[in-house]
Design a protein around this ligand. Sequence first.
Ligand code: SF4
Length: 490
Amino acid sequence: MTMTGASSLSIAQKAHAQAELEGLGGHTSAVLQRHVYIETMGCQMNVYDTERMQEALASAGYVPTSEVERADLAIVNTCSVRDKVEHKVTSLLGVWKKLKEFNPDLVLGMAGCVAQQEGQKLLDKLPHLDLVVGPDQIAQLPSLVEARRAQNQRQSATAFVHRREYTFPEPVPPSDGRVTSMVTVMKGCNKVCSFCIVPFTRGREVSKPAADVVREVQLLVDAGVREVTLLGQNVNSYGKDRDGEVDFAELIHQVAEIDGLERIRFTTSHPMDCTDALIEAFATCKKLMPFFHLPIQSGSPAVLAGMRRHHGVDDYLEKVDKLRRIAPHVALSTDLIVGFPGETLDDFEMTMQLLERVRYATLYSFMYSARPGTRAAELKDDVPLAEKKRRLQRLQAVQDALTAEWLAGFHGRAVEVLFEGPSRLHEAGPQSKLSQVRESRGLQVMGRTPENLKVNVAVDTPEQLAALTGRLGRVRIDLVGQNSLGGQLI
Ligand code: SF4
């Protein structure tokens, strides 16, 4: 890794340099601007938590940087749902340890699910780690950092706040010109899926009062946001901890009342809590976008029982059928795990049959790996790795064909797109077909279809791009990539 000049400056040197820049001749009472770099792993909830950390730290004078070499504070916001992520965290902290050799004032922190799960043990294991903060303690982050600096003591704050005392962070209006935003409507999960660590790292369900959700969305819309994604670990059990005064379907309808808001999405759901009212909302609420991520995890009733999912395949399919009857335009996606302990070939074949039956637009599929602390980790992990890989490849090959068929259906169609800003050329990779086409087409604006597919559209000038951003437009699709589309403004 190359070190920039900034990385080798101590805080005192930075203060002096900043004071000089401000013509203060070394008068150190000038407000020192510090930089925070946050590496976010895992789900959208972690992305949201990263924003909350940035907001909390802004009050202490920290501005975000995208270059870790410039940071005075570097935090990795972790996920422990998949074990590969844990390996990534360890190697990332190894790299950051080297940065500390150049900048001893650099504070290294860990947040998110691994931090919550391991707490103080991480500080014992990683001597270069300065602080550990759990999701319920994000508001304490600025004081933890300052305590680390002032008292030179490493800090760990991972206590859960009891659900009756838990308060959600006050929303802050975004100033970055974003068109889409996430809104946490609840935290935690009361389910006990045997493979999942979330109930242990995020605690019990707490729903944000509906009036607060509506107020937050209004604040976002006033700041230019046109689309919100309502977030929760199990978002459709929203309101149950508040005696169901407003359930999730009703919350969607209340949010949809806000003028200026164009689109609503939500994630993620448990089939057991998918009510008829929620399914009907896809037909009755025009602002609710036609994309529904409804995880099933396996097509085998026996495996679902082992997973303690508390739903079967048949009741799941009943909900899918009802949705297809009343809102056939809705694209479905799901999560699937292959090689769960005890999964036989017959069980796996049931999952394959489920794929053909539901014909998901997209899905997330994983090989089972035990998460320490979960019920499933006590079971014998008896499907050999090679067999897990074989099953995963088979499943993904079938799904790739289904996804390609779904995407091909967009070719030639006119779709409504909410434009978000400049297209990110690098995301497609230099060799990809889309990237080559975009290179040849020049300036591109990126938007999304109602089904949440990215669409890249050529524009003539930066002014046209700016004028489109935040607006809905109709696009004729003339290019279908592996995960995204291209088209022309109509
Ligand atoms: S519902 Fe989702 S978050 Fe909750 S325990 Fe099950 S898999 Fe984990």
